[in-house]
Design a protein around this ligand. Structure first.
Ligand code: SF4
Length: 257
């Protein structure tokens, strides 16, 4: 799910990524705070509903009500019927229909259900769980963890639900900044933490991928992130980085590239 930043001095993984992609886009979004009404892509629409369905599944399970697979799918379908509006959701990929995305999401949810039923591994600490923390001792960050679980004895798991088709390589996982930042957040917020496991659920592939970070890797990440934040804050201007991603940029109409 997309991270939200609630004040101008608080950073997030997505805010850093925006600057890395294009400083001008960063300026529009985070400095000038220009809001553009745009159509949502079907991938983001479907991803949101899958996240909400899994949240509902785990919230119910945590309160002692384990949904059936049928109930999970009914919940997903009712949200889809309520929210889908063809004039507000765009399908870019040729040959794909709204029904392809809906059916793909159903298959992913069913696979997740089969794999993790009855959803009682550890205790859910939070869903879309907000963590606030600092990097380099002074730069404020916020993150929203899809699911944070406590496995007991100071072991925590950071879970991320993925609905995209592309599977990352082991090297991609080792370099993943988002969940590593969340680990820093968990370590600062939970004094009993002994170990943090990072887990990605690729629903379309019925795959769970895992990784972890050493203390040295976390220190090195803090150094790189501090350097990037300081570069952003001292930037004299926000140049355009034109490229293929301009086609998907919500600011393309106003951009003076
Ligand atoms: S259209 Fe391209 S250059 Fe302009 S802000 Fe967007 S990504 Fe940057």
């Amino acid at each position: 799910m997309v991270e939200e930043v609630t004040d101008t001095n608080t950073y997030s993984h997505s805010r850093l990524s925006c600057y890395e992609q294009c400083p001008r886009k960063y300026q529009y979004r985070y400095v000038d705070e220009i809001e553009i009404e745009e159509m949502q892509g079907i991938e983001a629409f479907t991803g949101t509903l899958v996240h909400l369905s899994l949240q509902h599944l785990h919230e119910e399970a945590a309160s002692g009500n384990v949904l059936t697979a049928k109930e999970l799918l009914e919940h997903f379908e009712s949200m889809w019927k309520e929210r889908y509006d063809g004039s507000c959701v765009k399908i870019v990929k040729r040959g794909m229909t709204c029904s392809d995305y809906r059916m793909g999401a159903r298959v992913g949810l069913q696979a997740y259900y089969r794999r993790y039923h009855p959803f009682d591994d550890g205790a859910v600490v939070g869903l879309e769980h907000e963590v606030r923390f600092t990097v380099g001792g002074k730069h404020r960050f916020v993150g929203y963890i899809d699911m944070l679980r406590s496995m007991g004895n100071g072991v925590y798991e950071v879970h991320d639900f993925k609905t995209g088709k592309r599977l990352p390589s082991p090297a991609d996982l080792r370099a993943d900044r988002q969940l590593a930042l969340y680990e820093i957040g968990v370590r600062q917020n939970f004094p009993d933490v002994r170990e943090v496991r990072l887990k990605w659920h690729y629903l379309a592939h019925d795959k769970e991928l895992s990784s972890s970070r050493t203390p040295e890797e976390l220190r090195s990440l803090e150094g790189r992130v501090t350097e990037l934040v300081e570069r952003i804050e001292s930037a004299p201007s926000y140049p355009c980085h034109c490229g293929p991603l301009c086609r998907w940029c919500e600011y393309a109409e106003i951009c003076e590239k």
